[in-house]
Design a protein around this ligand. Structure first.
Ligand code: GLT
Ligand code: MN
Ligand code: MN
Length: 386
C-alpha cells in the first residue's frame, strides 16, 4: 500500500535529495551526492522522474567535452533506472554574477548573460527530454527600491521571456514555460511575489499560451496565502503547467519541508483538488530533508513525501465515499432550482425579472451552515478514526 508507481508522476529535483544541509548559519552536514547516485537513489525510492538546474548537472565552468561526457553518463543512468526528466530549469541565482538579479539586473551585460545561460540550459533540458521549463526568479528583486524601478524590471523580465519564447519556437523545443513565484528570500522582496501576480503578468507576454505557472506550497504559505486557492486559479486559467510540493510553517523563511510535514489539512485539500480535476503533470517535490538527516534519513524523507501524497489521495476517496459527509454537503448545497431563471448570461428581461423578484432577506440571513460539523468530520477522517 502507498507504494509510489511511475503513473503517480512523482519527481524530485537533483537539488532536493542532493541538498547538503547548508544554511545561513551552518556549513554542509552531508557529503554531496553525484547526480548519478541521486538518480539511483530516486529510482530505488520509487520516483518517476528527476529534474535539474543546468549547474546541478554541469558545473558552471565545465568545458564542452566535460559537458558531453556528463550528459552521456546521465543518459545512461536514466536508461538503467527508467527515470525520466520531465522538467529542467536554469540556475540564475547561485553565482555572484547574479547578485542583483538575472533578467532584472541593472547591468545589461548580466541580463544578456542570463539570456545566454538560459538558452544553453534549454538546449540541455531538451537534449534530456524535458517538456516543462521552469523559471524561478531567485534574485529578481531588491533590498532597496532606491536603485531600481519595478517598471524597468517588469519590462526587462517581459523582454527576456518574449525572447526565450521565440528561441523555444525557433529550436522547435516545444517547452511549456512555468513561472514560479516567491514573495522574498533570498532578496528582501522578489518581483511578482505570488502565483496570482504571475498569472496577471503572463497575459502581457507575446506568447501567453506558451507560459503558465509552477506554484510552490511553501512560497504561498510564506505569504500567508491559501495554496489550494492559488492552484485552483491557475487550473481555471489553463495555466497549471507544473507544481512544487513541500511544506512550511506560515510566515517563516523558506523551509522546504517534506510534503505534508506541517499543514496536513492544506495538503489534503491540495491533493483532493489535483486528483479531482485530473491534473496530469508532475507531482514534483521541491523539498529537502531536515539538516539533522543522514543519508538514510534523506531516503525516508523522499519516501515520506510520496507516501503522504498517496495517503491523502486515499483520504480524498474516503471523503467522497463518506455518507455522512456527503449528506451534509447535499444539505449545504441544497438547490430547489427556483433561482435558475436569473443565472447564466445577461438579458434585459432577466434583469427586469430579477429586479422585480421579492426576497425574504431576513429569513435567508437566519440560515446557518453546518461547517463546524463538516470540518470536525474531516478532522476525524484525517486523524483516522472514521
Ligand atoms: C530553489 C528554490 C525553488 C525553485 C528551484 C527551481 S531552486 O531550490 O527554492 O523553489 O523551485 O529553480
Ligand atoms: Mn520551488
Ligand atoms: Mn521553496
Amino acid at each position: 500500500m502507498y507504494e509510489p508507481k511511475p503513473e503517480h508522476r512523482f519527481t524530485f529535483g537533483l537539488w532536493t535529495v542532493g541538498n547538503v544541509g547548508r544554511d545561513p548559519f551552518g556549513e554542509p552536514v552531508r557529503s554531496p551526492m553525484s547526480p548519478l547516485d541521486i538518480v539511483h537513489m530516486l529510482a530505488e525510492a520509487g520516483a518517476y522522474g528527476v529534474n535539474f538546474h543546468d549547474n546541478d548537472l554541469i558545473p558552471i565552468d565545465a568545458t564542452g567535452a566535460e559537458r558531453d561526457k556528463i550528459v552521456a553518463d546521465f543518459k545512461k543512468a536514466l536508461a538503467d533506472t527508467g527515470l525520466v526528466v520531465p522538467m529542467a530549469t536554469t540556475n540564475l541565482f547561485s553565482d555572484p554574477v547574479f547578485r542583483d538579479g538575472a533578467f532584472t539586473s541593472n547591468d545589461p551585460k548580466v541580463r544578456a548573460y542570463a539570456l545566454q545561460k538560459t538558452m544553453q540550459a534549454m538546449d540541455l533540458g531538451a537534449e534530456l527530454g524535458a517538456q516543462v521549463y521552469v523559471f524561478w526568479g531567485g534574485r529578481e528583486g531588491t533590498e532597496t527600491d532606491a536603485g531600481k524601478s519595478p517598471l524597468d524590471a517588469g519590462k526587462w523580465f517581459r523582454e527576456a521571456l518574449n525572447f526565450l519564447c521565440e528561441y523555444n519556437l525557433d529550436q522547435g523545443y516545444n517547452f511549456k514555460f512555468a513561472l514560479e513565484a516567491k514573495p522574498n528570500e533570498p532578496r528582501s522582496d522578489i518581483y511578482l511575489p505570488t502565483t496570482g501576480a504571475m498569472l496577471g503578468f503572463i497575459a502581457t507576454l507575446d506568447h501567453p499560451h506558451m507560459v503558465g505557472v509552477n506554484p510552490e506550497v511553501a512560497h504561498e504559505h510564506m505569504a500567508g496565502l491559501n495554496f489550494m486557492h492559488a492552484v485552483a486559479q491557475a487550473w481555471d486559467a489553463g495555466k497549471l503547467f507544473h507544481i512544487d510540493l513541500n511544506d512550511q510553517k506560515f510566515g517563516r523563511y523558506d523551509q522546504d519541508f517534506r510534503f505534508g510535514a506541517e499543514s496536513i489539512k492544506q495538503a489534503f485539500y491540495l491533493v483532493k483538488f489535483l486528483e479531482e480535476v485530473g491534473y496530469e503533470g508532475s507531482r514534483h517535490f521541491d523539498a529537502h530533508a531536515y539538516r539533522t538527516a543522514d543519508l538514510n534519513d534523506v531516503k525516508e524523507f523522499a519516501r515520506g513525501c510520496m507516501r503522504t501524497y498517496l495517503i491523502l489521495k486515499e483520504k480524498a476517496q474516503q471523503f467522497r465515499a463518506d455518507h455522512e459527509i456527503q449528506a451534509l454537503l447535499a444539505e449545504i448545497k441544497a438547490d430547489d432550482g427556483s433561482m435558475n431563471p436569473y443565472f447564466g448570461s445577461y438579458s434585459k428581461d432577466k434583469a427586469q425579472a430579477l429586479k422585480a423578484h421579492s426576497f425574504d432577506r431576513v429569513t435567508l440571513g437566519q440560515r446557518g451552515q453546518p461547517y463546524e460539523k463538516l470540518d470536525q468530520l474531516l478532522i476525524e477522517l484525517l486523524l483516522g478514526v472514521r
